[in-house]
Design a protein around this ligand. Structure first.
Ligand code: HEC
Ligand code: HEC
Length: 468
């Protein structure tokens, strides 16, 4: 029995002990156990920190505004440092919908939603409870190349002054790999300059995260004043020290066993710089793009036995191989096809998810993969009609994304390619939570790009994603 296994057993015992302690004291929003290893949908999630503990005395866990919320209201270790519908439903039930996350400024479907009774609150917070979505309110910018010409908001609130954009909290972990902050990049202080190594502080990244934390206190927590620079620096230091990944799979066992390199410890020490392995040749080292961006489970290619864990390991390794190699004819992706003037790019998952063993886009390059199209709109989402001021052309979208920052017609529907680690603990996926499971993610891509994956390939890809 190796050292890592013993650690995990101890951590899980700690969680159980703490869970019991907390059920007795359960104060709203007091989930501050500091557990490093927690159970999730398909195994165990683990967070690695330089100190070996989660410092729950950090202001990240404190109410710094006026509505009782902390960063930890929406960013929790056990949910991959975001939130999930299942945990939110529990929080709703134990507090009758009064936990500080349930606030009308951005937790409800509209700031005017009725929250006077339990039944009303269940309706008001439906987007949180069903999909883990927060309402981000942003205006059409003054200089925009387009106008908002129609709004179909089921909650009768959105207007050009404030569109309601229902978005997933991004994980507040693995931040050293970020090339842009927020789904639309709006907290990116300045384009991050290469080279930038994880663990080596980047002034641009730190400034972006400090600005993000300040705006979170003023916005999400309805702060009366911005926190001091010292408090912001403490928050940034705390979250920047977090590395999170799946460490154990229920079927395959430990994801760092037999020379595989899954889990957060390896992740914490990965080399990284902005532009690393970029598919369009932007790697500042001049290195050519290698579509085999994922190498966590290479060592399992030789698992041929028929035991449960051997079969599961072989499936994960096949899934990794598919991620790196399955041919995808990438068409109609604004930010990619139009930028290089190729209507079809013969690529792979890794063309966009190019950061080795992390999976985010290694350059800040917002893309529109079609998630906000009217054809994929569900009735619980607002739908906006935008009209181009020059050409008179119109598009319908559930979220203009990057275009609300730049005002550019070409940026409508663009979002960043997110980090793909610690996925199993934090369904649903995509900025709008439209994929309830990892299989739904795989099915989205199979349909969107006509990949032609068979049932086995889909299962293998989903098994690989769950092991990240
Ligand atoms: C009410 C819920 C809520 C609270 C409270 C909250 N966040 Fe967030 N956080 C979000 C949402 C939603 C997003 C994504 C929004 C977007 O991109 O438009 C986000 C994004 C982030 C990101 C960006 C990560 C990335 O990949 O770009 C960081 C970092 C972050 N939050 C840290 C914090 C910190 C620090 C605090 C406390 C000061 C905090 N959050 C409080 C909901 C919340
Ligand atoms: C054309 C570029 C592109 C390709 C190809 C691509 N992705 Fe993505 N991926 C993105 C972008 C952009 C996002 C974020 C989209 C959003 O939420 O608006 C994303 C998001 C995801 C997410 C959700 C992450 C989260 O935090 O919710 C997963 C999982 C994922 N992709 C897996 C894959 C897999 C598996 C493949 C191959 C079958 C693939 N991607 C191919 C660009 C791409």
């Amino acid at each position: 029995m190796n050292h890592l296994y013993r650690n995990s057993v101890r951590s899980v015992t700690t969680i159980l002990a703490l869970a019991c302690a907390f059920s007795a004291t359960a104060a709203p929003d007091a989930f501050t156990s500091g557990a490093l290893t927690t159970a999730d949908a398909s195994g165990w999630l683990r967070t690695f920190t330089p100190t070996g503990t989660i410092d729950t005395s950090n202001p990240f866990f404190q109410s710094l505004g006026t509505n009782g919320r902390s960063c930890n209201s929406c960013h929790r270790q056990a949910q991959g440092w975001t939130i999930t519908p299942a945990e939110l439903q529990q929080r709703f039930d134990t507090t009758q919908g009064k936990d500080p996350i349930f606030r009308t400024n951005d937790g409800s479907v509209s700031p005017f939603a009725d929250v006077s009774t339990l039944a009303a609150r269940r309706k008001a917070y439906a987007m949180l409870l069903n999909r883990g979505l927060i309402r981000v309110g942003l205006p059409i910018p003054a200089n925009a190349e387009f106008s908002l010409t129609a709004v179909d908001d089921p909650y009768h609130y959105a207007s050009a002054a404030e569109l309601s954009l229902f978005r997933r909290p991004l994980p507040a972990t693995n931040l050293g790999f970020l090339t842009t902050v927020m789904w639309d990049g709006r907290e990116t202080a300045a384009p991050f300059k290469p080279p930038m190594d994880a663990g080596v502080a980047s002034a641009d990244l730190d400034a972006s995260l400090a600005s993000q934390a300040k705006d979170a206190v003023l916005g999400h927590a309805q702060g009366a004043a911005a926190p001091s620079d010292a408090v912001l620096a403490q928050i940034v230091a705390f979250e920047s020290g977090l590395s999170t990944a799946q460490i154990r799979d229920d079927n395959a066992g430990f994801l760092n066993d037999d020379d595989a390199i899954g889990g957060p410890r390896v992740l914490a020490n990965l080399r990284f710089h902005v532009g690393i392995n970029d598919a369009l040749g932007a790697d500042p080292t001049g290195a050519a793009f290698d579509p085999s961006a994922m190498h966590l489970f290479d060592a399992w290619a030789t698992q041929h036995g028929n035991g449960r864990s051997e079969r599961a390991r072989a499936a994960i390794q096949r899934g990794e191989n598919l991620f790196n190699t399955v041919p995808i004819a990438i068409t109609g992706v604004a930010g990619l096809n139009d930028v290089i003037g190729q209507p079809t790019i013969q690529g792979h998952c890794s063309t966009c998810h190019d950061t080795p063993n992390v999976g985010n886009h290694s350059v800040g390059a917002p893309l529109d993969i079609g998630l906000t199209d009217a054809s994929r709109r569900t009735p619980d989402m607002p739908l906006y009609t935008l009209t181009n001021n020059q050409t008179g052309a119109s598009v319908q979208t559930t979220d203009p994304g990057r275009a609300l920052l730049t005002g550019k017609w070409a940026d409508i529907g663009k979002f960043k390619g997110a980090i793909l680690r610690g996925l199993a603990a934090r369904a649903p996926y995509f900025h709008n939570g439209s994929a309830a499971t990892l299989m739904d993610v795989v099915n989205f891509y199979d349909t969107r790009f006509n990949i032609g994956l068979d049932a086995q390939q889909k299962q293998d890809l989903a098994a690989f994603l769950a092991a990240l």
